[in-house]
Write a protein that binds this ligand. Structure first.
Ligand SMILES: [Zn+2]
Length: 237
């Protein structure tokens, strides 16, 4: 039986690499200088390079179940995503951070389902999205809203990283909240002014701040504000 994966590796080296060899060699020689940190869900249908038209050396990427951001609460541990944020901001000096969730996200759906006892790490990890879940029955609309609310929640958590907050406030770093709708091939960008997500086809920016226009020291929380915008309509009985 042919080893298909091995064949793909050989194809990459023999057919594809010669065309980009020079690019990779200069990236080795000059080092990497990506300007974007992309925090995305691990979902196989989310392909950041396709969405953003970027290539080697342009995006520093970290992916996890749900595109969650661990809190910067003083606890130090094996937090791969937190380490990547620190590295990208402090060492690589990226000037944009994208948090990208997506439609039909299994991580977000799991917030509405029973935990799997054999997956204690997954259950603990999902805690990072629980605040975004709505107290309603799981419907496609509730899932869509939860996916979007989670993106904003993670942006807010990002702002609690001192090195992030400092640079955002100094105008050296911009945060982007994205929700990728797989079936439409379209990213919806978070717009602070409307408190909602706008399809890229009709948006006039790739994501406001979202903290660019909002005082951050007055105790207000963006996430609470969008709660109002995205709260389920009251039931009429
Ligand atoms: Zn996902």
């Amino acid at each position: 039986m042919p080893d298909e994966l091995l064949q793909r590796l050989r194809r990459f080296h023999d057919d594809y690499f010669p065309g980009v060899q020079e690019r990779f060699q200069s990236l080795v020689h000059d080092g990497q200088h990506p300007s974007i940190l992309f925090i995305g869900c691990s979902d196989s249908r989310l392909v950041p390079y396709l969405l953003t038209g970027t290539g080697p050396g342009e995006v520093f990427m970290v992916r996890n179940v749900g595109a969650f951001v661990p809190p910067h609460d003083g606890s130090v541990g094996y937090h791969g995503t937190a380490a990547a944020i620190e590295f990208a901001v402090l060492k690589l000096a990226v000037n944009r951070i994208v948090v990208c969730g997506h439609s039909h996200c299994g991580g977000i759906r799991a917030l509405y389902e029973e935990a799997t006892p054999q997956a204690p790490n997954l259950a603990a990890w999902l805690d990072l999205g629980r605040e975004a879940a709505l107290p309603v029955r799981m419907t496609p609309e509730a899932l869509r809203r939860t996916e979007q609310r989670s993106v904003v929640l993670q942006l807010e958590r990002l702002m609690a990283y001192p090195m992030v907050r400092e640079r955002v406030e100094a105008g050296r770093l911009k945060l982007h909240g994205w929700h990728y709708v797989i079936e439409d091939g379209e990213v919806h960008v978070f717009d602070l002014r409307s408190g909602g997500f706008v399809p890229a086809s009709s948006a006039d920016h790739s994501g406001t701040g979202p903290f660019d226009h909002t005082p951050v020291d007055d105790g207000s929380r963006i996430f609470n504000e969008i709660d109002v915008a995205l709260a389920p309509a009251p039931r009429v009985s």
